[in-house]
Ligand binder design. Sequence first.
Ligand code: FES
Length: 154
Amino acid sequence: MEQDFSALDAILAKYRGRKGFLIPLLQEVQNELGYLSQSCMKYLADQVQVPAAEIFGVATFYSMFRLKPQGKHIVRVCKGTACHVSDANGIKAALLEALALPEGENTTSDMQFTLMEVACLGCCSLAPVIMIDDMTYGKLVPEAIPAILDKFRF
Ligand code: FES
């Protein structure tokens, strides 16, 4: 069954005929739907007369675009140099255990959390650092992770 993307018509109307519209269009569509599915990208390609391969190429090149549904809360674990030397691996292991993520998955089965690695969260003096949504937690130890996650559960 084909999905109905008519909710995107107002967004598409803003970008039709404009130059350099692809990234802002995809951002706005992602904000609306939460992620960019393959069927959505095909729909967009038809609507804006851009090859689907080009839309898929942009969506997969930029890490800001999500191609799968995400959890309610985004957990970013920093793997930058300052955090790496301050036990970022231990922090990530504690997150994996507390979130009980299945092998190869980054979103919990209840769709509450999505875990992502990032290169730097911009607050290296607080290493090791994680960010959950817009909250930053620094100078972490692995033992602190379960209590921090509990603040975001339901
Ligand atoms: S390296 Fe982790 S915040 Fe910069």
